[in-house]
Design a protein around this ligand. Structure first.
Ligand SMILES: CC(C)(COP(=O)(O)OP(=O)(O)OC[C@H]1O[C@@H](n2cnc3c(N)ncnc32)[C@H](O)[C@@H]1OP(=O)(O)O)[C@@H](O)C(=O)NCCC(=O)NCCS
Length: 265
C-alpha cells in the first residue's frame, strides 16, 4: 500500500469508500438519518463536498492505494484471489490554517482554472444545501454541527495549524496501519512547521488519535445521546507539548463553567 495525493478523477471512488465505511457512523447517523432510503443522494453528497473542498486553496487530500501482492482481504482469501493493486482504500482530508494556507495549488490546473472550478463547485454545494436537495440529510442537524465546528480551533489559540477534517479506511482494510500512515503525513508537516494538529474526533477515530499522541481538551456534544459527542483533540510537535493544549483546555473549562453556572442561576 502506498499513499499519494488525490487526483480529481479519484473523487467518485473516494466518495464510495467514504459513504460505505461511514454508513453506521454516529455523526453520519445524526446528520443523515435517511441515508439508507436515499443512498445515492447520501453518496453524491460526498462527491460534492470532496470536490468543493479539494478545489479550495489550503485543502489537501491524500489517498491510500493498494499494491500488487498486498495482504488480501477476507473475501479475497475466501475466493483464493490475490490483491492485484490499484484499489483506493482510504483517504485523509487536510486543511492548513494560517500563513501557509493559501499556498496550495491544485495539481495540473492553472490558478485561473482552479479558481473558476472552485467557484462552480462552491455554488453547486451552496445550491444543494440551500434548497435541501440532499434528501438523506436533516438540514437542521447539519446546521447544528456546522455551528459547533465553527467554534473549535479559533484564531486566538490556533492561528497556525494543520486540521484533519476526516480520515477513512475502507472496512475491509482496517487495523493494518493505514489510518496511522494517513494521519502521520500531517503530523510530519506539523513537526517540520512547528505548528499543532487539530481534529474533532468521531467515536471510531479516538483510539487511533490517542495512540499517535493527540490529547483531548474539549467535548463537542451535538445530540441528546451520550455517544453523540466528539472529542476535540490536539497534537503538538516534540518540544512544544502543552503550548496550545493548556490554553485550549483552560478556554474550554471556562466556557463549561460559564454554561453550568448559567444553568444554576
Ligand atoms: C478510524 C479509522 C480511520 C482507523 O483506520 P485504520 O486503518 O484501521 O487505523 P490503524 O490500523 O492505523 O489503527 C491504529 C490504531 O487505532 C486503534 N484502532 C483503530 N481501529 C480500532 C477499532 N475498531 N477498535 C479499537 N481500536 C482501534 C488501534 O489502537 C490501532 O492500533 P493497533 O491495530 O496496533 O491496535 C477507521 O476505523 C475508519 O475509517 N473509521 C470510520 C471513519 C472515522 O470514524 N474516521 C475518523 C474521523 S474523525
Amino acid at each position: 500500500m502506498h499513499l499519494r495525493p488525490m487526483q480529481l478523477s479519484d473523487i467518485p471512488v473516494i466518495a464510495d469508500v467514504s459513504a460505505e465505511t461511514q454508513l453506521e457512523d454516529e455523526i453520519v447517523e445524526f446528520i443523515a438519518p435517511h441515508r439508507s432510503k436515499y443512498y445515492t443522494s447520501y453518496r453524491d453528497g460526498f462527491v460534492r463536498r470532496i470536490h468543493a473542498r479539494r478545489l479550495k486553496p489550503g485543502w489537501i487530500y491524500w489517498v491510500a492505494e493498494t499494491d500488487h501482492g498486498d495482504e488480501p482481504t477476507a473475501l479475497q482469501k475466501m475466493r483464493g484471489e490475490e490483491e492485484l493493486g490499484g484499489r483506493l482504500i482510504g483517504y485523509a482530508a487536510w486543511t492548513r490554517k494560517g500563513s501557509r494556507g493559501e499556498g496550495d495549488d491544485v495539481a495540473h490546473m492553472s490558478v485561473l482554472d482552479a479558481e473558476f472550478e472552485s467557484c462552480l463547485a462552491g455554488l453547486k454545494s451552496f445550491y444543494w444545501d440551500f434548497f435541501n436537495l440532499d434528501w438523506s440529510m436533516d438540514p437542521s442537524k447539519r446546521a447544528i454541527l456546522t455551528g459547533l465546528f465553527a467554534q473549535t480551533f479559533g484564531d486566538d489559540i490556533f492561528p497556525e495549524a494543520w486540521l484533519l477534517a476526516n480520515v477513512v479506511t475502507h472496512t475491509d482494510y482496517q487495523r493494518r496501519g493505514i489510518g496511522t500512515r494517513l494521519v502521520q503525513w500531517g503530523l510530519d508537516q506539523c513537526e517540520a512547521e512547528r505548528v499543532p494538529c487539530g481534529v474533532e474526533s468521531s467515536f471510531a477515530g479516538r483510539r487511533l488519535y490517542e495512540k499517535l499522541g493527540f490529547r483531548k481538551f474539549d467535548d463537542l456534544r451535538y445530540g441528546e445521546n451520550e455517544k453523540e459527542t466528539m472529542a476535540v483533540m490536539v497534537w503538538e510537535p516534540p518540544g512544544l507539548e502543552g503550548r496550545w493544549f493548556h490554553k485550549a483546555k483552560a478556554a474550554a473549562d471556562i466556557l463549561e463553567t460559564g454554561a453550568s453556572s448559567m444553568l444554576v442561576t
